[in-house]
Design a protein around this ligand. Sequence first.
Ligand code: SAH
Length: 338
Amino acid sequence: MEKTDILSLSLEELIIALDALGEKKFRAEQIFSWLHVKKVTEFEEMTNISLELRTKLSENFYIKRLNIAKRLESCTDNTIKYLYELDDGNHIETVLMEYNHGNSVCISTQVGCKMGCKFCASTIAGFRRNLAPSEMLMQIYMAEKDSGRHVDSLVLMGIGEPLDNFDNVVKFLRLLSAKDDMSLRHVSVSTCGLVNRIYELADLKLGITLSVSLHAPTNELRSSIMPINDRFRIEELMEACKYYFNTTGRRISYEFALIDGVNDNRQSADALLKLLKGQNCHVNLIPVNEIKEGVFKRSVSVEKYKQMLIDGGLNATVRRTLGADISAACGQLRRDNK
Ligand code: SAH
């Protein structure tokens, strides 16, 4: 019989699974707490569970594991980047960053990515599969255990397109908020713009922040760097973003990677101001990370571009670059490991 991935089960599912083994509801609650509060990685560590039940558990379930294949610690800030090996031999990346307000973790949601953004290293190594909820949770639990730091906030901005793995991501978020130590108010989900899924996510009212990777203010320019724009045009994306804000009350954070000579000029800033006019939103400017295979160069006009947006009435900041010395940008480590 194939064993079940116990860490991916919601409390309700665990109660049902244990009921089938003749166990009471409170046992399921105890086990759930061992898994998600104490974060044990072996059934033997569940010391208030009888040996008999622990044996039964190990016959029917397994606790998902990730192995740290590589661990890089930045010399300039306290960023730690993990390359995890999954139990099928695939690799994913997780980055732990330290900010004034606490520790933040950036996790992967898929092995590789199908979206094909031209500037992104995650696409290069190819798409393999979706991650299970347990594999997303374990990226956080293991980083906490290894570093001894408590994780206060979370961004789904590592390898993969979170909304292309929608059901597992939602299940993961629900597992995360089932305990008290992480409010979904401190979680950001980043998308290249899967419009249909943005509506679905809005309706779930999870309380998360939605980051939208915009990177260009016009269809022509956006399509030339992001193939998703051929499926969902900017106008449709903007409608979905407005719906997200109106439904959840959470303002959208637009990601905008500034690329030298591509989207960092006055014309681009004017078009962006026009596009986002009247929206209660935030623009996060990112000097593009130059990847080995890429032709895109980092913009030298980041501050100037920011000022143009601010002068036009937009809320804009430049993202701090952390872990630059350890290739902390998404997909770079997995790609280098090939
Ligand atoms: N697929 C999701 C989340 C993963 S990418 C998305 O597209 O949003 C996380 C963020 O990093 C996105 O905004 C993405 O466009 C950006 N990104 C990818 N490669 C980059 C690079 N080389 N330089 C700067 N930002 C990059």
